[in-house]
Ligand binder design. Sequence first.
Ligand code: SF4
Ligand code: FES
Length: 248
Amino acid sequence: MKLTLKIWRQKDAKSKGQMVDYPINGIEGDMSFLEMLDVLNEELINKGEEPVEFDHDCREGICGTCSLQINGEPHGPDRLITTCQLHMRKFSDGDTIVIEPFRAAAFPVIKDLIVDRSAFERIQQAGGYISVNTSGNTIDANTIPIAKHAADEAMDAATCIGCGACVAACKNASAMLFTSAKVSQFALLPQGQVEATDRVRNMVRQMDLEGFGNCTNTGACEVECPKGISLENIARMNREYYAAGVKG
Ligand code: SF4
Ligand code: FES
C-alpha cells in the first residue's frame, strides 16, 4: 500500500505544533499500525531526520500507552481494540491517514504524539486502592463470599487500562468513564466497602482538580473504549457519590 500520513509534530511541550505530510510505500495489510510507524521512523532516521515520537509498551492491548487519534477517532476505526492491535488492512491503498495525539487540556502534549496522562495516576492515587491489615490476623480474600454477578461486574470494570480514549472521544474531555471504572471495581466488592465513602469523594475531587470536563451523557466514551467499559459504571459512581454526600 502507498499512503499519505498527516502527522502532528511538536518539538516539546512549549512549542507550537503543526501537521506534517509523510508519503509512505510498501505497507502490508498484516502490519500493525505501530509497525507502520516503525517503518516511517526507520526511513526518517536513515534520512537524518527526527523520528516521530509515540508511546507504546506491550503492543498487545494491555498497557494502554499507545494513545493515538487516527482519522479523528481514538485508537482508529476498529472497535474494542487499542492502536497497537489495529492492522493496516483496515486502510486502502492511496488513503490519507491523519494521526494526532489525544486532545484534552488535562493531557498536555509532551512531544509529537505523546501526551502526559499522569492526571489519571493522580486520580488513582486519590482512592484507587484498598487497605488490608497485614499485622498477623489477615483474612484470606478467598474466604469472603462474593456474588457471581458482582465479581463479574467488578472484573469488567477492572479491565480499564487507563488509555485515555474516553477522554479523547468526549466533546467535554470528561474522565467520568475512567474514574467510574476505577471506583466501580472496588464499590462492587466487600473489600472495597471500608473506604468507599472517602474513595468516591477523593477520586471525583481529583478528577475535577485535573481539569477534566463534565459528563453530558453523549456516550462517545463507551463507543471508543477499547475494553468495552460500560456507561453503567458512571451511573454507579454517581450513586456512590450521592450516597457519600448523604453520609456527610
Ligand atoms: S474507560 Fe476505556 S477508554 Fe477510558 S481509560 Fe479505561 S480503557 Fe481507556
Ligand atoms: S502498546 Fe500496550 S496497549 Fe498498545
